[in-house]
Design a protein around this ligand. Structure first.
Ligand code: FMN
Length: 386
């Protein structure tokens, strides 16, 4: 009887214990999903380039917007500060704010018309996406932010730019007009987001929805290797940083290319690529290992030397002259040569990325994953939906 009692007690305790464990598991999952630090980043594609948020805030609303924004996307942040501190733009019926804008409007192409700002040390070179967060002043862009955009227009050229405008109640078309005037050469990610006094408290959902409408630039990657395969032997080639090599990479991204090359002149194997690449010909003293474009549509791979007007494509890595002769089948004809971005030896694609570590994904139970299907993953400690 005692034994039976003990068994029943244990069974009851075990069930309660299990129930507790299950409940605590669900509570943890709920906390994980809804805690402020772990926002689900629903709408930003996972392979976007680096993003910089540039903001100015006089009374703090844009700063709050930026805090909300950075809880939803990975981005670096730069705050623009006026050089002259302690000014009250709103004093005397907004007299100073009005004066600054009038000066810009009178002479918008002259840097002296813009109020001075503190120097910004962050270089825009690293960023493909820029989000501007600015207040509206008298239906225009706040003068301080205008200064920064006027100064940075050339560095921003070609970048994807989005904008969030904060006003009390005025609509933002004038600010959009200012932004387009100041940044004529950017790609706008989509419509600007307007946050005003009546919806500022709902900014988290406004921003999340808006992010989903924005066209972020895909991460810029550098392809600096291709592979040459002859008779099953695979050699890496370090590519030149020029338009011909980039165009070749683009071609190889679609599929490997196999060409038939012939030995010639006692220094190279060469033949038609079957397509043309952009040339930047100059007199070159080609050396063993050089991979060269000749006449725009022929590839020459050197095991000896020759001086001619060529465009460099790259150089075979780490083979001596005699190893090159053997690898390239020097002296032979009809040599089948495959160019690709894939190393057969490792199966590892040569796509190299400055942010490859950031791209590492983990399942919710902490397992590193590579071939992802749709679902929720952890990236940089935050959840992302793919
Ligand atoms: C000089 C100045 C002019 C402003 N003009 C307007 C305006 O014309 N319409 C409006 O709705 N809000 C106007 N505002 C209010 C700001 O746009 C609004 O408070 C915004 O949220 C401020 O952002 P911040 O707190 O980041 O500085 C003005 C503010 C200042 C300082």
């Amino acid at each position: 009887m005692l034994i039976l009692d003990n068994v029943c007690n244990f069974a009851a305790r075990f069930q309660i214990g299990q129930m507790r464990q299950i409940l605590s598991f669900f509570a943890t999952m709920l906390l994980f999903f809804f805690s402020a630090d772990n926002k689900v980043m629903a709408d930003v594609p996972p392979n976007v380039g680096k993003t910089l948020i540039v903001y100015y805030s006089y009374t703090g609303n844009c700063r709050e917007i930026v805090t909300t924004l950075t809880s939803q996307i990975e981005a670096d942040v730069v705050e623009i500060q006026p050089a002259e501190k302690g000014l009250r733009y709103e004093a005397n019926g907004y007299a100073l704010g009005t004066e600054l804008l009038n000066a810009i409007n009178a002479n918008p192409d002259d840097i002296n018309s813009y109020p001075a700002i503190d120097p910004v040390s962050t270089s825009l070179n690293d960023y493909q996406n820029i989000i501007i967060v600015t207040p509206l002043w008298w239906s225009q862009m706040a003068a301080i932010m205008q200064t920064y955009l006027f100064q940075s227009a050339s560095q921003m050229a070609g970048k994807h730019v989005g904008m969030i405008v904060s006003s009390h109640s005025s609509s933002i078309s004038g600010v959009v007009r200012d932004a387009k005037r100041l940044l004529p050469d950017v790609t706008w990610m989509g419509e600007a987001l307007w946050i005003n006094a009546s919806n500022h408290s709902k900014r988290a959902s406004l921003i999340e929805n808006w992010l989903g409408t924005q066209d972020f630039a895909i991460e810029q990657t550098t392809m600096d290797k291709m592979y040459i395969t002859i008779d099953g032997q695979n050699q890496s080639v370090t590519l030149e940083n020029n338009t011909a090599a980039k165009a070749l990479v683009e071609k190889l991204q679609q599929a490997p290319v196999t060409v038939t090359l012939n030995s010639s002149g006692g220094f190279e194997i060469w033949g038609s690529l079957g397509f043309s690449l952009p040339t930047s010909n100059q007199q070159i003293n080609a050396q063993p290992g050089d991979v060269i474009l000749y006449n725009g549509s022929n590839i020459c791979i050197f095991y000896g030397t020759n001086s001619w007007s060529y465009t460099r494509l790259g150089k075979i890595d780490g083979l001596s002259e005699s190893e090159l002769r053997s690898f390239l089948k020097a002296g032979e004809s009809n040599i089948s040569v495959t160019l690709s971005l894939q190393s057969d030896a490792t199966g590892i694609n040569t796509l190299s990325s400055s942010r490859i570590k950031d791209e590492e994904l983990y399942s919710l139970n902490g397992q590193r994953v590579s071939n992802t299907s749709k679902g929720i993953y952890i990236k940089n400690g935050k959840k992302v939906i793919l």
